[in-house]
Design a protein around this ligand. Structure first.
Ligand code: ZN
Length: 462
């Protein structure tokens, strides 16, 4: 311990130095030559470098003068298993729904526990190296305990869910009691975990009975946790609900009493004005996955209702979805696309700044998943989820004082240099330090070949 006169510097685990520290706090403060100080997995100070070096004695110092420091990023809808091992193998000229039925579902049906852990580890390594420290798992999980092991392997946080549906005979479909029992088992599996929270997770669409969605919503409320499912990425769900119930999907779910602030719906693209009102009235969060809609041609440019949800004060977050609906896990790239869609669809370039786009990947996403007390900004007391961005090189030249425009419009996950998750260094100099990438790549390549042959998802010309 170093002393200066009578002053004793406080020993801490980590000091992160940034030329600019982008806090994403309520005032959107940015500190020039700033520091984030971390101890026991939590942020204990966000201050100037001069103040931090005066007050603290860090065991480790990271960052430096050529960096921007931002909060850990949040991906609020990601399938960690299944088609991750079919990355860029699923053709991009399939008919609507064929990528799901011909590739994703057979892949899930063929998944062993080993494949679940392998694909989730691969997904989370990619996420971490692109600055994502919290991932809402979309519930395509046969073996949740192996996906939890993947979260532990990589050292990042997120939610864990189990694939739940009671219509049809797809993988792991069951009756209401069986589905709820699976959700209960997932919550018990994650109870007390420092970084991973169990969520109630259904497939959604028209693959859940009224009884199941009501039971799942009640189960999530009772257990004070989140609920997520898919709805209306295309017009098909509205057609199915209108035929079955006479109501559009979100109007029907409101009628059942299943909507609430515990619910984060993936997509909600093709919704009408009454459904927008239902989302806003019940404070339901919506997760927009724009790359998925574009790759699958689902019509986000024809029905960009997410803009109206934002204007109405709705809680939104961004997701990267899955490989049958997009081929990268990079939430900065997604934030850029979302910002462009807002500007273009309104024909008004004054709409939606890069700061708002970064908020959708950080603090606003945290609000959408009700984790804003823990993550989403660099503030004292929160989890130390911190991303160090390398601001050297051609992308960042010339060098602007405010890094946010470059971060959203010029850059993406490529600029992420180091990542800290709950105080633990998980990415250093662009590489995930918590796993052996070389052996992971070999295993993934082997599994890819086996999976393609086992699930019968052959390229279209075979
Ligand atoms: Zn999805």
């Amino acid at each position: 311990m170093t002393t200066y006169g009578t002053r004793v510097r406080e020993p801490v685990d980590l000091l992160i130095h940034g030329e600019t520290v982008v806090t994403m706090n309520e005032a959107r403060d940015q500190l020039t030559n700033g520091a984030v100080v971390v101890h026991d997995g939590r942020i204990v100070a966000v201050t100037t470098m001069a103040d931090a070096t005066d007050r603290f004695e860090p065991a480790t110092t990271m960052g430096g003068p050529d960096t921007a420091v931002i909060p850990g990023l949040i991906n609020a809808h990601q399938h960690l298993t299944g088609d991750r091992l079919l990355r860029s193998t699923i053709p991009d000229d399939l008919g609507l729904g064929d990528a799901l039925t011909q590739w994703a579902l057979p892949a899930h049906a063929a998944h062993t526990g080993d494949l679940d852990e392998l694909s989730a580890t691969l997904s989370l390594v990619e996420a971490a190296t692109n600055g994502i420290t919290y991932t809402v798992e979309a519930g395509t999980v046969a073996h949740p305990e192996r996906v939890l092991a993947a979260f532990d392997n990589v050292g990042v946080g997120g939610t864990l869910g189990s694939w739940g549906w009671d219509v049809g005979d797809g993988p792991h479909a069951g009756n209401v009691d069986e589905v709820i029992a699976r959700q209960d088992a997932t919550l018990r599996l994650t109870a007390g975990h420092p970084r991973v929270d169990g969520w109630v997770t259904l497939v959604g669409h028209d693959l859940m009975t009224d009884e199941l969605v009501v039971a799942a919503s009640e189960f999530a409320r009772t257990n004070n946790t989140g609920l997520t499912f898919h709805m209306s990425p295309s017009p098909a769900d509205a057609a199915a609900y209108l035929a079955r119930t006479g109501r559009r999907p979100l109007a029907h779910l409101a009628h059942l009493g299943a909507l609430g602030d515990h619910l984060a719906i993936a997509h909600a693209v093709h919704i009408d004005d009454s459904e927008i009102d239902a989302v806003l009235d019940h404070d339901v969060a919506v997760v927009s996955c724009p790359w998925a809609y574009l790759r699958l041609g689902q019509g986000i440019t024809r029905s960009f209702r997410h803009r109206q949800l934002l204007r109405g004060g709705g809680r939104l977050a961004l997701g990267c979805d899955s490989e049958n609906a997009g081929d990268s896990i990079d939430i900065l790239l997604t934030a850029r696309l979302f910002a462009g869609l807002v500007k273009d669809s309104t024909g008004d370039p004054t709409q939606f700044t890069s700061g708002q786009a970064l908020a959708l990947a950080t603090i606003d996403a945290a609000r959408a998943i009700k984790m804003h007390h823990e993550i989403g900004s660099l503030e004292v007391g929160k989890r130390a989820d911190v991303v160090i961005v390398d601001t050297t090189g051609p992308i960042w030249t010339p060098h602007a004082d405010d890094p946010i425009i470059a971060l959203v419009w010029a850059s993406d996950g490529r600029s992420v240099r180091d990542v800290v998750s709950s105080g633990r260094i998980v990415v250093r100099d662009h590489a995930c330090v918590s796993i052996d990438l070389g052996s992971l790549v070999i295993e993934a390549q082997q599994a890819h070949h086996e999976l393609v042959s086992r699930c019968g998802a052959h390229p279209r010309n075979e």
